[in-house]
Ligand binder design. Sequence first.
Ligand SMILES: Cc1cc2nc3c(=O)[nH]c(=O)nc-3n(C[C@H](O)[C@H](O)[C@H](O)COP(=O)(O)OP(=O)(O)OC[C@H]3O[C@@H](n4cnc5c(N)ncnc54)[C@H](O)[C@@H]3O)c2cc1C
Length: 187
Amino acid sequence: MVFNTFQMYRKDMYQKLQDAYNRAAKYNYQLGVKLVRGAYMEKERERAETLGYQDPIQIDKNATDEDFNRGLKFCVEHINSIGLCCGSHNENSTRYLTELMGKYNISPNDPRIYFSQLYGMSDNISFNLSNAGYNVAKYLPYGPLNEVIPYLLRRAKENTAIAGQSSREYILLKKELARRSTNSQDS
Ligand SMILES: Cc1cc2nc3c(=O)[nH]c(=O)nc-3n(C[C@H](O)[C@H](O)[C@H](O)COP(=O)(O)OP(=O)(O)OC[C@H]3O[C@@H](n4cnc5c(N)ncnc54)[C@H](O)[C@@H]3O)c2cc1C
């Protein structure tokens, strides 16, 4: 199985998703779509400036969010010819995809739709989805240390959103520890 990655932080990506679908329909194959927002925003902007072409990135985060959700809707509405992997830690988009699946009578464990989060991140989303019967894959980058560590450092540096998500998880973990410690004192 091959999934093409569609980075919805690019202005042209929703159109590319439709083009890829039309091509798959024309040549009669299933399109594998891994939908992500995109992790290399700063790098892409720098490159565009250095090489003197138009910034390919959406005008703001809202525009990226809108296109990501439009992409989810497009895939669900064409699910007969698409295999979808939703690679996201965004709670709203994740919830939106579950709602779309409900609306179109797609069962949570339908093999054409996967949710995916990075290993070590957003377990709150992965576990809740999995407990509710949805297909979830934890994405685990692996390889030689000299390749994996720079990859992880780049992600931490480039993806300013990681800090927000991590602190949100930290707050959830602290809340759960406090809840368990209160429960054990009660019993
Ligand atoms: C399973 C999995 C596989 C992945 N594979 C890839 C991959 O192959 N290639 C890749 O590039 N990324 C990949 N990513 C990373 C992904 O693209 C995102 O960077 C990351 O998941 C954060 O986005 P989010 O959907 O979780 O939501 P959020 O945290 O809500 O969104 C953050 C994202 O919004 C976008 N954004 C933030 N600020 C702005 C702004 N001012 N203007 C426009 N857009 C903005 C950026 O894309 C940023 O990463 C993967 C992520 C997962 C979970």
